[in-house]
Design a protein around this ligand. Structure first.
Ligand code: FMN
Length: 194
């Protein structure tokens, strides 16, 4: 077992440790729309649920290397709406490729041939064929960390889901360290344990 004192260690190592120990991370494949109406699609794994009543979740968006806002962050700040698409294995490669730096006026969905369909209550569309999509409105915006990260707390206002998702989540993709991903391969059911 190794031990690292954060205040005495290089940032590169700290980042590596967080990326490889907080795993697997769920992936939010987020659709947003710019003020000019361009649909943006990008993945984020610094993402999780916070509460269920009301249903709140957060996503943490860093800055680009030049310090500018990523399109997702800019669009959420401009329009206050986003959709979290849940990623299954079938979408893995497209999801990964959508994390590349596309110019703001280019829609990753169009470039990567990802089919979209309208949402119910918010303007950003959802990805057609995903196991679930959560329509969100911005509830809080925090700036945390050195860059700083833009942390968006969204309130889920509508959920689209395949009913079988309530039984098993196999096939849903999570992120490991680096460019590695995982799916649920083994389920351990403790429902008989009292
Ligand atoms: C699986 C995966 C997870 C990612 N998670 C994050 C994240 O949590 N925060 C972040 O700022 N960038 C994350 N990225 C990088 C963004 O997706 C990438 O910067 C993307 O270009 C942002 O696109 P946008 O400018 O269209 O918003 C992730 C990339 C991948 C492939």
């Amino acid at each position: 077992m190794e031990t690292v004192i954060v205040s005495e260690s290089p940032q590169q190592l700290i980042s590596k440790l967080i990326f490889n120990t907080v795993v697997p991370r769920p992936i939010a494949w987020i659709t947003t729309v710019s003020e000019r109406g361009v649909v943006n699609l990008a993945p984020f794994s610094f993402f999780n649920a916070i509460t269920t009543k009301p249903p709140l979740l957060f996503v943490s968006v860093g800055k680009r290397k030049d310090g500018s806002l990523k399109d997702t962050a800019r669009n959420i700040l401009e329009t206050k709406e986003f959709v979290v698409n849940v990623v299954s294995k079938k979408f893995l490669e497209k999801m990964h490729l959508s994390g590349k730096d596309f110019p703001p006026d280019v829609s990753e969905a169009e470039e990567l041939n990802v089919e979209l369909e309208p949402s119910e209550l918010v303007k950003p569309p959802r990805v057609k064929g995903v196991p679930a999509a959560l329509e969100c409105v911005l509830k809080e915006h925090l700036r945390l960390g050195a860059t700083p990260m833009d942390v968006f707390v969204g309130e889920v206002v509508a959920v689209h889901y395949r009913p079988e998702l309530l039984q098993t989540q196999s096939g849903i993709v999570g992120r490991l360290g680096g460019k590695r991903y995982c799916c649920v391969r083994e389920e351990i059911d403790l429902s008989d344990l009292t």
